[in-house]
Design a protein around this ligand. Sequence first.
Ligand code: NAD
Length: 367
Amino acid sequence: MHAFVHTALPVRVLFGEGTRASLGAEIERLGCRRALVLTTPGQRAAAEAQAVSESLGSLAAGIFAGAAMHTPVEVTERALEVLRGRAADCVVALGGGSTIGLGKALALRTGVAQIAVPTTYAGSEMTPVLGQTENGVKTTQRTLDVLPETVIYDVDLTLALPVRVSVVSGMNAIAHAVEALYARDGNPLTSLMAEESIRALAGALPRIASDPGDKAARSDALYGAWLAGACLGTVGMALHHKLCHVLGGSFDLPHAETHTVILPHAVAYNAAAAPDAMARVARAVGVEDAARGLHDLSGRLGAVRSLRDLGMPGAAIDRAADLAVKDPYWNPAPIRRDAVRALIARAWAGDPPRAVVSPGDEPAPPP
Ligand code: NAD
């Protein structure tokens, strides 16, 4: 056994069916009295149902249903006014990564307690990371100040997630787990969580695609998403996440879909440099080859597999490669512009993944 460091994050997690009934008790447990419920415009009805529910009742201070992708600062400022106007002392973020990001942004500015109730598989609820957008520029910070105090996973709230969104959100979660398996600061616990996460999600997503109301499959996927989020919150990410941040931030490509397209290609890029991680990914997906297996999985699930189909112009490939190799994250295989460009070009065209770094190359030195 290698030496390692593991930092456990202080989050209380409730998991199950109907767990939202504990919301009121969890708010009181935090010593809070007035909760502002956050969500997106599309999930307002679900938030309203929660706000008037028996569990929340007199603890509900109101609803702010304006959360948006990439946590725009102007949205946070509007929510801040509502939070202050209603004298709320905590937030309940009911939704996906966009809503949870808003809760984090409010906690950063005011110190309010957060209860996250995730309804996608993105994993933000388990991380001390916040990305915010101002004047079109996204900046990311890592601080325990944004980590939710409590996370309530309620399988029932994921049943309405459309299949198309479920699939890409699940692949987004798998990407967190895959990169945790070859993270420089990975450890035996995160690797156990990561492999189990991939196994749960790869098994659940095809069942959800054929029957979105399959509660057992939904439960497995949410369990996998929790584990993936815990990995993302604990260890550093590599080339895959760097590419997705560049593509999302600079070319306005959709978050989870971009992760879905890039993942098999990033795995192929790192395959030779991280053989143990690849063996674990392949075992978890139930295939011989990790990259090919992930590519086939997203094909079977009907997910988009090319950046072109996400709206990226071919002329942008070179600029994307330039940005991706600038300030790179640590990565097991060396970051070479020609190889990264080839990866992006294959992902743009929707070609099957192929290793583009020779196996003899040395891993990149730590920064
Ligand atoms: P999202 O939160 O934007 O949700 C996508 C859409 O699905 C929204 O319109 C939402 O209203 C809808 N939706 C969500 N759950 C639903 C449900 N159960 N039923 C019906 N509709 C539902 O998307 P996301 O992929 O969850 O989050 C993406 C955002 O989260 C990005 O901004 C990304 O950067 C951020 N993120 C941050 C972290 C982190 O650690 N900081 C981690 C992952 C993602």
